[in-house]
Design a protein around this ligand. Structure first.
Ligand code: AHR
Length: 330
């Protein structure tokens, strides 16, 4: 790891109101991609959530591609297996190693204040990707990701239009408890279906995993029966795919006997949509690597960056999915 010099980082940290003590956290002169023509390697610690879903695999791949050695990075990658304490420990480890910048996809929103303050005290800029935190935005340089609440609203608007005044029993497969996408997708959907005849009869976490979605759906089917459930709202495609397995094992037809709306638009989810087993999918674009590495370069070069960078999502009906599935990059 190269020795740091406090150049461009000072401007950034002053702008953020962060402490500038400590020895790490710059990369001003000669950093790769900063426009100065230098070729120093930038060391970045990336604390990923884990490998819970197809979305996560695509996101990890995108990050590893963007933060490659060819692009001038030394990436220290950590996947925390959805364990918040392990993820925070990984960030502390990055701080102790004196990396140039830290990127975090935070598993949950709460509990980040102390370690973000420690990074600030060490003069190491933090960029969040994908998920958000509840800590003050003074403690990180920028966030890039998707509007999870809007995704929930888009899923809910489809449900409201599809079921309208028809009495509809809905079960929800929630993402990881305390995570930004689980919180915001629930809030957005609930807002969009308010005043309709859709009744949420149950809601449990499947932790964004296929196995979790399957197990929770099996429980719902045992409790309410196939005839007692009209609609599944899954916070991601993997849980929807697990639910499909559970519905088929119960002798029913997913997408027909029980309709399914989910979020992500990863390959397997889109295939299930084309096959008529899912009814509607809202996209959540995992290809955040280039934008994140651009932010890291800009922050280290002392440039002003947006505090929040939103990536636009689309949505797909079964017909639309059939048209685009072959050209989807993930
Ligand atoms: O934070 C994004 C979410 O995390 C994706 O929707 C889900 O599949 C992943 O695990």
């Amino acid at each position: 790891m190269r020795k740091k010099t406090l150049l461009a980082g000072l401007a950034l940290l002053a702008g953020l109101g962060l402490a500038t003590t400590g020895c790490a956290g710059s990369n001003g002169a000669g950093a790769a991609g900063d426009g100065s023509g230098g070729d120093d390697v930038i060391t970045v610690g990336f604390a990923q959530t884990g490998s819970e879903s197809g979305w996560r695999s695509a996101n990890t791949e995108s990050m590893k591609e963007a933060f490659s050695a060819e692009n001038g990075y030394d990436l220290i990658f950590n996947a925390a297996d959805n364990d918040t304490a392990a993820q925070i420990a990984a960030v502390r480890d990055f701080i102790n190693q004196g990396v140039d910048a830290i990127v975090i996809a935070p598993i949950v929103e709460d509990g980040w204040d102390d370690v973000l303050q420690e990074a600030a005290d060490a003069g190491i800029p933090v960029i969040l990707e994908d998920r958000t935190v509840s800590a003050s935005d003074d403690l990180y340089a920028s966030w890039v990701g998707l509007d999870f609440k809007k995704e929930g609203v888009m899923a809910g608007e489809w449900a409201a239009e599809t079921f309208g005044d028809t009495p509809t029993k809905m079960v929800v497969l929630e993402g990881t408890t305390g995570s930004a996408p689980a919180n915001d997708r629930a809030a957005g959907f609930d807002e969009a279906v308010e005043g309709t005849a859709i009744e949420k009869i149950d809601s449990q976490t499947g932790d964004f995993t296929r196995d979790g979605g399957k197990t929770v759906m099996e429980g719902f089917l045992q409790k309410y029966g196939v005839d007692g459930i009209d609609l599944v709202y899954a916070h991601n495609d993997d849980m929807a795919l697990g639910a499909i397995e559970a519905i088929e094992a119960a002798g029913a037809e997913p997408g027909v006997d029980i309709q399914i709306v989910s979020i992500d638009a990863v390959k397997d989810g889109m295939q299930a949509l084309v096959d008529g087993k899912i009814n509607f999918i809202v996209e959540c674009n995992p290809l955040l690597g280039e934008l994140t590495s651009g932010l890291v370069r800009d922050v280290l070069a002392g440039k002003d960056v947006e505090k929040k960078v939103y990536v636009e999502d689309q949505s797909f009906t079964q017909e639309q999915a059939a048209e685009v599935i072959d050209s989807r990059p993930y």
